[in-house]
Design a protein around this ligand. Structure first.
Ligand code: BJ8
Length: 429
C-alpha cells in the first residue's frame, strides 16, 4: 500500500509493530480495497484524495502523527463518538479513531474476551495483541467510554495494553440526571486532557476547535443531503469511506476534500447524472458502526443492484448529526453547548431510545429510501435488541426492513447475498 516502504518499515519497527503480521494485514487490506472500491465505475474524480489517504493510511498519516508528537502535541485515541474531539483539539491534541473493522488476531483476542464478544471489540484486542495498529502505537492516551457492557468490561483488560488509559462514564438515560452525568464526565475528561498536555482549557482555542469540528460535520451533512438525489450521485461505498476517513484525517484538510467531492456531486445532480441509473432501489443502513475495512454489507447491497443512500450509524449520520453552537463567553458556557450536542446522540446504549427509530424514519423519508437494512454485529445486545423495535416501527409505516446479524468474516457472504438480493427484488416490486 505504501509508496515509501523502506522508510515506513523503519517507522513501523520503531513503533514496535510486528512487521510480518503488519505486512499480511496491509496486503489483505490493499487487495480488499482494490476489489471493493477501485472496480466501481463512474466514481467522482474527487474520490482520488480518499484513495490516496487509504493508500497511505499506515504511512504518511502515521508520519504526520509522529511529526505532531515531535512538535509536542499529544495523540488521543478513542472508540466512540461520545468522546468530544473538540476538547482534544482545544488542548492542541490530535484525535484518532481506533475502532477496527477487520477479523485479525481473533484467536489471540479470545484468550482475553469470550468468543461471544462482538467483532468490533475482538478486532481492537486483536490489533493490539498482534501489534499491527500504528495508530494505537502512536497514542499518548486512549479514552474508553462506559457504553455497552462489552466495551466497558473489555477496557478493564485493554487499559493495561496501552501507554495511558482514561475511563469515561456514560449515562444510560436521556434524563436531566443523565445530562448532568455527561456534563460532569466532560469536565473530568477536560482535566485529564489538561494533565496530559500541560495546557489549560481556554475560551478561544475551544471556540476555534468547535469551529473546526463543526466545519467537518457541516461538510459531511452536505454530502449526506446530496445523496437524496435520484439518480444517486455517489455510491454508498464511497460515501461510507469518506465517513470512515473522518476519524483519521487532519480535520481541516479532510473538510476541504469533502467539500470538493460535494462541489462535483452538485454538478452531477444539476446535470441529472448519477453513479447508478435513476430508479435504482435505495436503502438506508441502520445499526452498528462500520470501521475500516468493514465494507462487507454495503458491498453486497450495491453488487445486488441497490444503492445505499445513508448510514444511520456512528460512522455516518448518528455520529455527525448536529453542530455545536459556539455561543458563550466562558469555557463553562461552551462546555454546556458541547453537552447540548453530544447528549442528543441516540446510541442503542440508551434506554428507552425512541429517538433512533424516529431518526431512521426521518432519514428514510428525506433520502427517499425504499427500505432499511438493520445491521447488527453478532453478540451486540444493544443493537440486536433494538432491531426488533426498529423493524416493528418501520414496517407499521410500510417501510420494508431486513434485519441482518453478522460479523467481520466472509463465511456468511453467500447467505447474506441471497437474503439481500431477495430484499432488493422486494424493493423493486
Ligand atoms: S455511540 S454505537 S461508537 S458505543 S458493536 S462495541 S455497541 S457490543 S460500538 Fe458505539 Fe459509541 Fe454507541 Fe456509537 Fe458494544 Fe455493540 Fe460491540 Fe459496539
Amino acid at each position: 500500500m505504501s509508496t515509501n516502504l523502506t522508510d515506513n518499515r523503519a517507522m513501523w519497527a520503531h513503533l514496535g509493530l510486528d512487521l510480518d503480521k503488519h505486512d499480511a494485514l496491509l496486503q489483505a487490506l490493499g487487495s480488499l480495497y482494490q476489489q471493493t472500491f477501485l472496480t466501481q465505475t463512474n466514481r467522482p474524480q474527487a474520490m482520488s484524495y480518499f484513495d490516496f489517504v487509504m493508500s497511505e493510511v499506515h504511512g504518511l498519516r502515521i508520519r504526520e502523527l509522529l511529526d505532531a508528537k515531535a512538535a509536542g502535541r499529544k495523540v488521543v485515541g478513542s472508540f466512540c463518538v461520545y468522546v468530544p474531539e473538540e476538547l482534544i483539539l482545544a488542548l492542541d491534541g490530535v484525535s484518532v479513531g481506533l475502532c477496527a473493522g477487520a477479523e485479525f488476531g481473533f484467536e489471540a483476542a479470545e484468550s482475553y474476551v469470550p468468543r461471544t464478544t462482538c467483532a468490533l471489540i475482538k478486532s481492537f484486542f486483536g490489533f493490539a495483541l498482534e501489534k499491527v495498529c500504528p495508530y494505537l502505537a502512536t497514542t499518548d492516551l486512549v479514552v474508553g467510554e462506559a457504553t455497552c457492557d462489552g466495551k466497558k468490561k473489555a477496557y478493564e483488560t485493554f487499559s493495561g495494553m496501552v501507554k495511558r488509559f482514561y475511563a469515561m462514564d456514560m449515562p444510560q438515560h436521556h434524563s436531566p440526571e443523565g445530562r448532568a452525568l455527561l456534563r460532569a464526565e466532560f469536565e473530568k475528561l477536560a482535566r485529564e486532557l489538561e494533565d496530559l498536555t500541560g495546557r489549560r482549557l481556554e475560551v478561544e482555542p475551544l471556540r476555534a476547535a468547535i469551529g473546526t469540528v463543526n466545519a467537518k460535520r457541516a461538510a459531511l451533512a452536505r454530502l449526506a443531503q446530496l445523496r437524496a438525489a435520484d439518480p444517486p450521485p455517489i455510491s454508498g461505498l464511497d460515501a461510507l469511506l469518506i465517513n470512515q476517513i473522518a476519524f483519521y484525517d487532519d480535520p481541516a484538510r479532510f473538510t476541504k476534500a469533502v467539500q470538493d467531492v460535494c462541489d462535483e456531486l452538485e454538478g452531477r445532480v444539476a446535470r441529472g447524472e448519477g453513479v447508478m441509473p435513476a430508479g435504482t432501489p435505495r436503502v438506508i443502513l441502520s445499526g452498528c458502526p462500520m470501521a475500516v475495512p468493514n465494507w462487507k454489507v454495503p458491498a453486497i447491497v450495491e453488487q445486488a443492484g441497490a444503492v445505499v443512500v445513508g448510514e444511520e450509524s456512528c460512522v455516518g449520520e448518528r455520529g455527525q448529526r448536529n453542530l455545536v453552537e459556539a455561543t458563550g463567553n466562558t469555557v463553562e458556557e461552551l462546555m454546556e453547548r458541547l453537552v447540548d450536542r453530544y447528549f442528543q446522540i441516540d446510541c442503542a446504549i440508551y434506554t428507552p431510545n425512541p429517538e433512533r427509530r424516529e431518526h431512521t424514519r426521518a432519514m428514510q423519508r428525506s433520502l427517499h429510501a425504499d427500505g432499511v437494512i438493520h445491521y447488527a454485529l453478532q453478540f451486540c445486545t444493544p443493537y440486536q435488541m433494538e432491531a426488533f423495535t426498529m423493524e416493528r416501527h418501520l414496517e407499521a409505516e410500510e417501510v420494508p426492513v431486513l434485519r441482518i446479524d453478522t460479523d467481520y468474516g466472509a463465511e456468511d457472504v453467500g447467505q447474506l447475498r441471497t437474503r439481500i438480493e431477495a430484499f432488493v427484488e422486494r424493493l423493486r416490486g
